[in-house]
Write a protein that binds this ligand. Structure first.
Ligand code: FES
Ligand code: FES
Length: 156
């Protein structure tokens, strides 16, 4: 079938096989290599994107399920070449080491803050349960999400 969707504000219209995942479509057809391929089976969260504003594991969604949707990846967040404020907090607080988990952490945490699921540190940790980080021990990531939440006025 022919798939039509918008990725970071850019419209794509591409033929796609029914078995192709959204992750492969984004990386191979939309040039979105900021969406990472980790486990490929819905466990690590490295492939997290926002699909019509909802965080999903792109490896666990078929591309055809995104027909007509608006997809946001981490590359679409900053304005005029600047980092998004949450990315700035992560960098400033030393919460980015190898960076492989970071796109997923950013998008998952943005959704958590927006939905009011980042009210305190235990809640933030729970919201990060689907995003595996093998480097940081999570403490600094939680610091950054807290700081971003407070900047947005979402403090509990
Ligand atoms: S690559 Fe999708 S959850 Fe790990
Ligand atoms: S910074 Fe390396 S996996 Fe998270």
């Amino acid at each position: 079938m022919t798939l039509e969707l918008v990725v970071n504000g850019r419209r794509f219209r591409e033929p796609v096989e029914p078995h192709v995942t959204l992750l492969h479509f984004l990386r191979d057809k939309a040039g979105a290599t900021d969406v990472k391929y980790g486990c490929g089976e819905g466990v690590c969260g490295a492939c997290t994107v926002l699909l019509d504003g909802v965080a999903v594991n792109a490896c666990s969604v078929l591309a055809v399920q995104a027909e007509g949707a608006r997809v946001e990846t981490v590359a679409g967040l900053g304005e005029n070449g600047s980092l998004h404020p949450l990315q700035q907090e992560l960098v400033e607080r030393g919460a980015v080491q190898c960076g492989f988990c970071t796109p997923g952490v950013v998008l998952g945490s943005l959704e958590a803050v927006r939905l009011g699921l980042a009210g305190d540190r235990p809640t933030i940790r729970r919201s990060l349960a689907g995003n595996l980080c093998r480097c940081t021990g999570y403490g600094k990531i939680v610091d950054a999400v807290e700081a971003y939440r407070d900047r947005q006025g979402h403090a509990s």
